[in-house]
Structures are given as C-alpha cells and as structure tokens.
Design a protein around this ligand. Structure first.
Ligand SMILES: [Zn+2]
Length: 58
C-alpha cells in the first residue's frame, strides 16, 4: 500500500490524531493545519478523485 492517504485511513501510519472512524472513512487532524481544527476525512478505499466515491463513502 504505497498511498499515504490509504495508509492513514487504514491505520498503517503511526501516531494519528484520530477524530472519528467508521467502516468507510477515517478522520484525523491534519499535521499541517490551515486553521484550528483542520480535519482530513480519508476514505478507506483508494480513490483518485472525489467524484469517484461510491454513495456510501460520500
Ligand atoms: Zn489511496
């Protein structure tokens, strides 16, 4: 799994600031936030574009 987003979403990257997780997504605090509370919502399946998301993940 060479995609950083997928590694984070699937718990392979250490020291995550986990906010929320379900069967479709993992939500973590961004390590380089644009503002306080900047959260990344990462799908557990690999997608190249947000328009490719299946309806459950979206
Ligand atoms: Zn990926």
């Amino acid at each position: 799994m060479d995609c950083l987003g997928c590694r984070i979403a699937n718990g392979i990257e250490p020291d995550l600031n986990l906010i929320y997780e379900n069967e479709f997504v993992t939500c973590v605090l961004d390590i380089g936030p644009f503002n306080e509370g900047h959260v990344l919502i990462l799908p557990k399946q690999h997608y190249l574009d947000i328009e490719e998301l299946d309806s459950n993940t979206a």
